[in-house]
Design a protein around this ligand. Structure first.
Ligand code: FAD
Ligand code: AMP
Length: 457
């Protein structure tokens, strides 16, 4: 008999959630992770520490730039980076420790060590071989490196290094205008860095709705981020405590620190994936079928390591799905309703198709739009940037995509996700009573606007 019903490799949001759900469903479950603390990238060096610094830096930015309009004086304002980092570290410690508590509560056996696949039912951990009826790989992802900018973890850093600066770099370069580059660039810009972002593509946030992306670009530039689109970095060299960045052939910029945020790649190092015949694609992602099963019987994979949106909540839901399918349930995952959020200020969030995708797919649609400028709550708050856009099918009125740039977009998008999950029409949202005064009224008004019935703009 096998030691466990399930062994989960990796205790990030995909793995730890899968392990807890397996255990809840009565499976004897072990979760192996090689890091000292549980929670994977997200809790240790991703979602959580970045949001802690985004919130701290926003408070400083608010006191410096916006408090005055509320009649609040901020003379003698200063920042203590060590205290800010200590706060961030405390939050990480509390949450990662919390997963240990959840494992105990749910009777998940937590094993520390690097796991290596031996067969479709065996895993080696710390020279010991343990066995299970099924194995779930949730080994996540690591930052992509590019040869032209070798990471030295002092001057040229990846996202992990950028979360740990002990002082505000006067001049900061960021390569990559994706979510991670924009969020980390925003943190240090708000704290005083002169930030230059290099992005090889001509389109800003090419995956987002164009109107939303353009509005966000304008706002971020206004905040002081120098975002250079269609600009390829070709080299970076460190000398005299400075980084010289070469871009577009003969152009140069000298900065104090350079963050390389050019994406993430699947993490399967030393996992033995190839040794037991698990297929990977040309980019190294583990190939899975609709049930998240690999080509090898009894082995499943979830989260960043299988690609798709590299988002914590996407991995967690895949973890739940695999656990429930192992228990004989018929759980499905709806990739069409995975919300995306970029935690700039204001935030960018969306679910479903962009206007550009609808056009490319020849789907006839109607658009409703509402600017936060016309929202009483946004005005009271003091930030009226951005808008909500809703796209609905011309014939059926079914909501196909909702796109937000504005304060609390990360929270507002949940209403759209629920509506789309329930296959709602824009009229369903338009007939739903929203509390006044709230930012969610902008969702209501955008829905009304789909049918030309908007009241407040
Ligand atoms: P991971 O979180 O990467 O976890 C994988 C785990 O597997 C790790 O703990 C690793 O130690 C372990 N492991 C790997 N190989 C082995 C092995 N052989 N043996 C034992 N253990 C192993 N996503 C969001 O949704 N929202 C955000 O706001 C957000 N912000 C981010 C900010 C930053 C700076 C970064 C870098 C990422 C951010 N992400 C965010 C992405 C998010 O962190 C990932 O999508 C998520 O962590 C993926 O979860 P995962 O469980 O698949 O993998
Ligand atoms: P993401 O994968 O969303 O985190 O975004 C990473 C971004 O980095 C992508 O938009 C890439 O186009 C960009 N990128 C990758 N390499 C370079 C480079 N050498 N110079 C500038 N931008 C780059």
């Amino acid at each position: 008999m096998a030691d466990y019903n399930v062994i989960v490799i990796g205790a990030g949001p995909a793995g730890y959630v899968a392990a807890i759900r397996c255990a809840q469903l009565g499976m004897k479950t072990a979760c192996v992770d090689k890091w000292d603390s549980l929670g994977g990238t997200c809790l240790n060096v991703g979602c959580i520490p970045s949001k802690a610094l985004l919130d701290s830096s926003h408070h400083y930015y608010f006191m410096q730039k916006e408090a005055k309009q509320h009649g609040i004086k901020s003379e003698g304002l200063s920042i203590d980076i060590a205290a800010m980092q200590a706060r961030k570290n405390k939050i990480v410690k509390m949450l990662t420790g919390g997963i240990g508590g959840l494992f105990k509560k749910n009777k998940v056996v937590s094993l520390k060590g690097a796991a290596r696949l031996i067969s479709n039912t065996e895993v080696e951990v710390n020279t010991q071989i343990i066995s299970a009826d099924n194995i779930i790989i949730a080994s996540g992802s690591v930052p992509t490196q590019i040869p032209v900018t070798p990471i030295d973890n002092e001057f040229i850093v990846d996202s992990t290094g950028a979360l740990a600066f002990d002082a505000v770099p006067q001049r900061l370069g960021v390569i990559g205008a994706g979510a991670i580059g924009l969020e980390l660039g925003s943190v240090w810009s708000r704290l005083g860095s002169k930030v230059t972002v290099f992005e090889a593509l001509d389109d800003f946030l090419s995956v987002a709705d164009r109107k939303i992306a353009n509005a966000a670009l304008k706002e971020l530039k206004k905040q002081g981020l120098d975002i250079k689109l269609a600009t390829q970095v070709t080299a970076a060299t460190v000398a005299n405590n400075e980084v010289t960045i070469n871009y577009q052939g003969d152009q140069q910029l000298v900065v104090d620190k350079l963050i390389v945020a050019v994406g993430r790649k699947p993490h399967t190092d030393k996992l033995g994936v190839a040794d037991i015949g698990i297929e990977i694609d040309e980019r190294g992602f583990i190939k899975v079928d609709a049930n998240r099963q690999t080509n090898v019987a009894n082995i499943y994979a979830v989260g960043d390591v299988i690609g798709g949106p590299m988002l914590a909540h996407k991995g967690s839901e895949e973890g739940v799905m695999v656990a429930e399918r192992l228990a004989g349930q018929k759980t499905e995952m709806h990739y069409d309703t995975v919300p995306w959020v970029i935690y700039t200020h204001p935030e960018i969030a969306w679910v479903g198709k962009t206007e550009e995708q609808l056009k490319a797919e020849n789907i006839e649609y109607k658009v409703g739009q509402f600017p936060f400028m016309a929202s009483g709550r946004a005005r009271a708050h003091g930030n009226t940037s951005g808008m909500i856009r809703i796209m609905a099918d011309s014939q059926t009125d079914r909501i196909l995509g909702v796109h937000i740039f504005g304060i609390s977009a990360s929270e507002l998008i949940a209403e759209a996700v629920v509506a789309m999950e329930f296959e709602a029409s824009s009229e369903d949202l338009a007939r739903t009573i929203h509390a006044h005064p709230t930012l969610s009224e902008a969702m209501h008004e955008a829905a009304l606007d789909v049918d030309g019935r908007v009241i407040h703009s």
